[in-house]
Design a protein around this ligand. Structure first.
Ligand code: NAD
Length: 303
């Protein structure tokens, strides 16, 4: 693959390791994050730290954003200091953050005609970002997706084109609504076993080999001490924040309401994670919901 100049905006839990994998693949990566520590980490890994978004994107062939939510993405793209004002006309703009499907379409409406733009959110967690095994869910022009496939393959192992701009985000919302339900449900099942005298390692191993098997049991067990590599075993740090899961469940809820789809389990998961946030656990990994049991009445009181 030819070396490309890549601007990477948002070097957090996901963006940091994704940018590092682009460096490893031989690309020239200039990254910007509001956090100085995140910029220094990229520089230590062989990338270049930029002093602003404008400085990062100026000469880039590809601009990738990996920011918390829709408002951060719109702010990074818009305004006199933003990506649209400073990226080269030939640059491909790719947003991997999880945001409302409408956000990429709003950016397209602000961009000069012909701007190459894709929404490309990911799944796989921080371990998948570090290992370069993410799943990309992409929306936008099919030929552009094919052009970007080799670059995305430096960060992921599955690249799915869902349809026009915004389709990647819709795919991501479907997945994360299910993930929220699975994490809340797996936590309940484990707590039920523990309360009745069972060893959580045994409950986990049995469910993993039975019909309750799911991703949280395979790689992200929420009970501390069951799986050394999971955030639960490092104080629920460094994973996928409860704040971000609550955001995704709100987005899924809004999408379900807008399309007239009944999604009562997704809505209950949204309320459970909202209570968990209100209990002060927003910055912790979302699997910490295991350690903060939410009663049905508390969840139903959330609007
Ligand atoms: P994070 O909070 O760890 O990282 C976001 C980074 O963006 C932070 O370092 C922050 O300083 C930076 N930032 C915020 N505003 C900025 C700005 N204006 N300019 C430059 N930098 C800015 O979040 P994360 O876990 O890396 O998640 C990023 C996105 O990926 C979110 O949309 C999330 O929903 C999604 N996601 C996360 C995971 C996960 O497991 N953590 C998995 C899949 C998708």
């Amino acid at each position: 693959m030819t070396t490309q100049r890549i601007a990477f905006i948002g070097l957090g839990n996901m963006g940091g390791p994704m940018a590092a994998n682009l460096v490893k693949a031989g690309h020239a990566v200039r990254g910007f994050d509001l956090s100085g520590a995140a910029r220094e980490r990229l520089a230590a890994q062989g990338g270049q730290a930029a002093s602003s978004i404008a400085d990062a994107v100026r000469d880039a062939d590809v601009v990738i954003t990996m920011l918390p939510a829709g408002e951060h993405v719109l702010a990074a793209y818009g305004g006199p200091d933003g990506i649209l004002a400073h990226a080269a006309p030939h640059a491909v703009l790719l947003d991997s953050s999880t945001v409302p499907p409408d956000v990429p379409r709003q950016i397209a409406a602000q961009a000069r005609p012909g701007t190459a733009l894709l929404d490309a959110p990911v799944s796989g967690g921080t371990a998948g970002a570090a290992a370069g095994t993410l799943t990309f869910m992409v929306g936008g022009d099919a030929a552009l997706v094919e052009r970007m496939r080799p670059l995305l393959a430096s960060m992921g192992r599955a690249i799915h084109h869902g349809g026009p701009l915004g389709a990647g985000q819709t795919l991501k919302l479907c997945n994360n609504m299910l993930l929220g339900i699975l994490m809340a449900g797996t936590s309940e099942a484990l707590r039920l076993g523990i309360a009745n005298g069972l060893d959580p390692k045994v409950v986990s191993a049995v469910m993993q080999q039975s019909s309750g098997r799911n991703w949280t049991l395979e790689v992200y067990n929420p009970c501390p001490g069951v799986m050394e590599s999971a955030p639960a075993s490092r104080g629920y740090t460094g994973g996928f924040a409860t704040d971000l899961m609550a955001k995704d469940l709100r987005l899924a809820h809004a999408a379900a309401a807008a399309s007239g789809v009944a999604a009562p389990l997704g809505d209950l998961a949204r309320r459970i994670f909202e209570v968990h946030r209100a209990n002060g656990h927003g910055p912790l990994d979302f699997s910490s919901v295991f350690a903060d049991p939410v009663m049905l009445e508390q969840a139903l009181a959330v609007r």
